[in-house]
Every structure is written in C-alpha cells, then in structure tokens.
Design a protein around this ligand. Sequence first.
Ligand code: BTN
Length: 232
Amino acid sequence: MKIIYYHFDTIDSTNNFAKKKCHQFDEQALTVITASEQTAGRGRRARSWSSLKGKSLCLSFVIQTALNPFFMTQLAALALGDVLHSYSIPSCIKWPNDLLVNGKKIGGILTERQDSSLIIGIGLNVNMTKEDLQSIPQKTTSLYLETEQLFSIDDAVHELVRRFADLILLQDPTCEAKWLERASWIVGQEVIINKDTRPTAVVIASLTSDGTLLCRHADDRYEKLITADIIL
Ligand code: BTN
C-alpha cells in the first residue's frame, strides 16, 4: 500500500488539515498527517484535545474508501491497542472507541468524513506526566505514567501506521469480533450515558460487533445507541 506522510511541527489540528486538503491527496494512497503539537486539537463531541510537543502522538489517516467509517475506526482502535501491546501495555476499548489502560484513557479517535475521504484522527498520550494531564477532567494516563519509561513518538507513529495499513490490506472479517472482545467488558456495567444534554444512569445490556450498544434504563426501557459518551 502506498503511504504518503506529511509532518508539521505545529498545526491547529491534523484533522483540520486533512479536511481542507484531502481533495489534493493521492486517491490510491493512505495519507498520514502527523504533528509534534496541535494548537486546536479536537476530540469527539466538539471537545478539545490537548497535546504537548514531544509528549503526544497526533496523527490523522486519510483514505478514500467505501468501507463503513465505524469499521475503519474499529481497525484504528485495534491497531492502537496492538501498538500498546507491543510495549507490553495491556489495554481495552471503551465504547465507542477510546483506548483505556488500567481504567484510564490513554488515547482517542475522531473519525470524520469529508466528501469521499475518511479522516481518522488518533491522539495518544505518550510522554505526558501527571502534571501535564491534571487539567483534563477525565481519568487519563500516558505510556510514560504506565511504565515510567519515555517513548519515541516516531517509533509509535511507524508502528501504528504499519499495523493500520496491514489491517486495511487484510480486510480480515474477524476484526469486528476482535474489537468486540476488547470492548465487551462494558456489558453488565452500571454507567452514566451522556447522549444529549441530560446524563442518565443505565445498565449496559449488550454490545454487538457493529458497535451498537443496548442499554437498560431504570424504568426497564431498552435503548439502542450508536454513539454517546459513557461515564464509568
Ligand atoms: C477523542 O477521544 O475525543 C478523540 C481524540 C482525537 C484526537 C486526535 S489528535 C489527531 C487528530 N487531530 C485532531 O484535532 N484530533 C485528532
């Protein structure tokens, strides 16, 4: 697979760059945009995403594909989990596609469509210290905090790109099942769902490999969700 790289020292957001420029990218290639630092990084649900120079992996994949965006996001989550595994850091997926280590968020994925391009933005906390992460309201961690070792961001980028490209080429039908294996720990948990404005306490009744979450409300009503935020 042809892979084309763009790297920026500082940029507002690699996803923003991808959105603006994707019509100029090679349609046959997997384009990889990385930045040492983002000044206006974006997360899911219009949140901001913090990054620090030399301490964060900020990357966007751009690909022309007819494949389902959620499936592509699942592949990215698997690739990211495999990178962590290669560093002997066990992780799981928190629905819909956050990466957790020891119950704390270490990485996230923001998938967006722009015309015929799919943009899959990935953020990973690499060398961030406790102080670096203290302003983030969620429970958060980094590779450094989990291992007390510093990591090369370039190496992590190359590992992630290699694994994601392999998964795309393989088109392995078992990927959804692998994703489910890593995400289904949530089933049976009592959680708070943040869907629109009002947080609601529910029990997760089931999760399917296409990412559909079924939750049971206090009045025994069931609701299917394809996206929301879960607070554990
Ligand atoms: C989330 O968990 O809310 C998703 C976070 C995604 C962050 C990445 S960093 C690279 C890319 N550029 C952005 O502005 N966001 C994504």
